[in-house]
Every structure is written in C-alpha cells, then in structure tokens.
Write a protein that binds this ligand. Structure first.
Ligand SMILES: Nc1ncnc2c1ncn2[C@@H]1O[C@H](COP(=O)(O)OP(=O)(O)O)[C@@H](O)[C@H]1O
Ligand SMILES: [Mg+2]
Length: 405
C-alpha cells in the first residue's frame, strides 16, 4: 500500500512535469524540462540593441512550467522597445522547440530604465525627482520640424505605455499649446504648479500664460528664469520620459536647462539639405561641450511621396541626416516623410500619430520613438555619460561641461 502510494506520487509528479503524454512523448534521455532548461534555451535570444542575451540581461522573470505549458515574463527596458514583437516570437520559438513543451505563453512587460532619483530636497528634485529620463529635442535652426518631432515623439512614447511629459522650452516661439489643442491652464498644487494633461501627456509651456497671442518680450535672464521655474516648480511627478522642445540654436536657454536639470540625452532634428546640416554640427558640438550625450539625428521632410506615381521625391536632397549622424558617430534615428497632413494636424492641435498612426509619416514617428527609447536604454546599459540624478551639481563658476560630485 505504502509502495503504491509512493509510486502514485512519483507518477503524479511526472505527469505534472511532462503533461498527460508523459516523458516518453517529450523529454529525451537526460533532458529535464525545468526552469534551467527554459532559461538555457532563452539564452539564444539576443537583445539587438544591448548585444546581450535576454537571460543575462535579467529580462526573464516568473518562469512557470505546468504540464508542458511554459509561461514567463520578459521585462524590457522600455515599453517603446522597437523589437518587442520580434523578441516575443523568438522566445516562443526557442522554448517551443524544447522537448516536452506543449505550449508557451510569453508576457511582454517593461520597466523603463532611468537614472535613479536621489532626493536631496532641492527644488530640482521636488519637480524632477521622479523623472527617469529627460530628452532634449533640439535643432541648430528653426522651422525644421523640431516641435512637430517633439510632440509626436511624446505622443508615440505615451501610446506605447510610457508616462510622458512635454515641456515647451521655446520661450520666444511657444507652439506646443496650439499643436496639442491645450485649453486648460496650470493649477496650483501645494508649492508646485500642476501641469495640465492632454491624452495622458503632462504639458507645460510659456504659451499657456501668454494671453491673446502677444509676442513674448523678455531679456535673456528673464527667459532663463522662466525655464528654471519650469524645471524646479512644476509637479512633473513620476515620468518615464520628459521631452523638452528646445528653442532653435545654441543660446542661453539651452545652457540654463543643462545647468538646472540632468538631461539624459539629445535628439537633433534637421532637414536634409547642407545649409541645415551646418547648424546640426553646431548643435551636436554644443551638447558635447555640455556633456549631454547625443541620442541621434532625426531628419524631417525627408521626401515627398507623390499621390499619383508613388515615387519618393527628395525635395531637399537625399541622405543628409544619416550622413551627418555617421560623421559624428551618433545614431541615425530615422527620417519623416513630408506629409501635408502633418501641417494640418499641427494647426488643428491633434498630434499626427494620434490620428494617423498607420500612414508612412505616422509609422516613421513610431519608429523614431522606438529608436530614441532604444538609445536611452543603451546609454543606461552602458552606464556611460548618464548623469545620475541630483548626485551631481553644476559648478556654476567653471567652464560649461564640468560636473562635480
Ligand atoms: N514631415 C513634415 N511634413 C510636412 N510638414 C512638416 C513636416 N515636419 C514639419 N512640418 C511643418 O513645418 C513647419 C515647421 O515645423 P515646426 O515643428 O514648427 O518646426 P520648428 O519647431 O523646428 O520651428 C510646420 O508648419 C510643420 O507642420
Ligand atoms: Mg518650434
């Protein structure tokens, strides 16, 4: 009786491990379907951006095996991961190929990597202490599509499931309220100002305080004081990404932002022609001086696809953006085609990716957002040039670019 119940117990375990078909149907001699076997198999899946396998990167969690059914979670570094679906398929394939596996369920999750917020009690940490990444969207000159890129980048990241804020730092030419149909003003929240929220994106712009479309007339120090307030007195709360739409050029405000907040990296926006690229080189060199990593280059108005012939017309020449990216050894984040719908969307206040996600320009913005998020993850993985939040302070008397502990 005792012997029989032991035998039943063992049989029960075997059935649980290998499913009703038993070991003969699946596992061959020597191989056991257990967590280790699953993890070993998953080592074949590489993250193409981080160049390591997903097991050693610590992405695989909660491996469960029940009657040949294997389930686990893959926790990525950003919800906007551009290769999410590809990784999921690869995971399913390698585990399904294991002997004894009858089914695979992969749940893709993400915890956005960022600099650890260290609360020092300073005004900056009150406003930005829970912001994991600050992304500067900058250009050497105006009119290249910088605000359009900033808005659509913010919306695309938010649509992928990230918590996002959008700061309009173009004090003299704020366009974010118009482009996002922002009607609400800011409200007081204890000692801080609470930003209004549109489609889940927290927004702050000097345009919200500018009644009747009057020109903003401010001397440099005043503009710098306003931008400082946005970085120290706004309740940004917990964000994965704060996208900042920079003013064009390489001036006072750019310097003030870098002196006040730990900017994770910069996205440089340009059009393809050589005259625009001269200014891109200046913008890249400014960020190098400020020790802000350049995440890469985005080209807008790359080409126009004609309605009738489907041909790509490179109106402003071809390949300028990718050339300047490789010249500086930074990533090429992608090109956005010309689309009159983009102008309409901006003027009407509906971010293009919200209304037209499946158009070539809409898809291009999602690809750019994925590429930006991937570059941020790479920075954190390499832990290179990432400013740790508030563990550093700006040496105001020293030459730009010097940080001390
Ligand atoms: N890919 C594009 N296709 C068509 N129009 C575009 C594109 N990108 C930007 N624009 C338009 O170009 C103009 C300038 O863009 P904007 O984002 O305001 O530039 P910036 O912020 O660099 O000054 C806007 O009217 C915008 O709608
Ligand atoms: Mg602009």
């Amino acid at each position: 009786m005792l012997a029989m119940s032991i035998a039943m117990g063992i049989l029960g375990k075997i059935t649980e491990r290998f499913g009703s078909k038993g070991p003969a149907a699946g596992i061959q001699s020597g191989a056991t379907l257990d967590e280790n076997a699953v993890l070993e198999a998953l080592r074949a899946v590489q993250d193409p951006d981080l160049h390591r396998d997903i097991v050693s990167l610590g992405f695989v969690r909660n491996v469960k095996i029940k009657s040949g059914e294997v389930s686990f979670e893959v926790n990525l570094t950003t919800p906007a991961c551009p290769v999410k679906e590809k990784l999921k398929t690869q995971c399913e394939e390698v585990v399904m190929a294991l002997p004894g596996v009858t089914g695979v369920k992969v749940t893709m999750t993400a915890s956005t990597r960022g600099s650890l917020p260290i609360n020092t009690g300073s005004p900056v940490s009150a406003a930005l202490g829970q912001v994991k990444n600050i992304i500067a969207v900058a250009s050497g000159k105006g009119g290249v599509g910088k605000s359009t890129t900033a808005v659509n980048l913010a919306w695309a990241l938010a649509k992928s499931g990230s918590k996002v804020g959008l700061l309009d730092a173009d004090i003299y030419g704020p366009s974010i309220p118009l482009m996002t149909h922002l009607r609400e003003g800011a409200t007081a929240s204890e000692n801080l100002v609470a930003p209004p929220v549109v489609d889940g994106v927290k927004i702050m712009s000097v345009g919200m305080f500018n009644q009747g479309g009057k020109a903003t007339i401010m001397r440099g120090p005043m503009a710098a004081a306003v931008i400082k307030q946005f970085l120290t007195q706004v309740a940004w709360g917990a964000l994965d990404y704060l996208v900042i739409d920079y003013p064009p050029g390489t001036g006072d405000i750019q310097l003030t932002i870098s002196q006040t907040a730990p900017v994770t990296g910069a996205v440089i926006v340009t059009t393809p022609q050589e005259v625009a690229l001269i200014d891109v080189r200046k913008a890249i060199s400014m960020f190098e001086t400020l020790k802000v990593p350049v995440l890469g280059v985005v080209e807008t108005m790359s080409y126009f696809v004609c309605d009738n012939c489907d041909k790509k017309h490179f109106i402003f020449r071809e390949g300028g953006g990718s050339r300047v990216a490789s010249e500086h050894g930074v990533a090429w984040l992608g090109g956005i085609p010309m689309d009159p719908g983009l102008v309409k969307a901006s003027d009407e206040g509906t971010p293009f990716v919200a209304g037209h996600p499946d158009t070539p320009a809409g898809k291009a913005f999602f690809d750019v957002a994925g590429a930006v998020a991937a570059q941020v993850s790479i920075l954190h993985a390499e832990n290179k040039n990432v400013l740790q939040h508030f563990s550093l302070e700006w040496k105001s008397d020293a030459a730009a670019g010097e940080w001390k502990n």
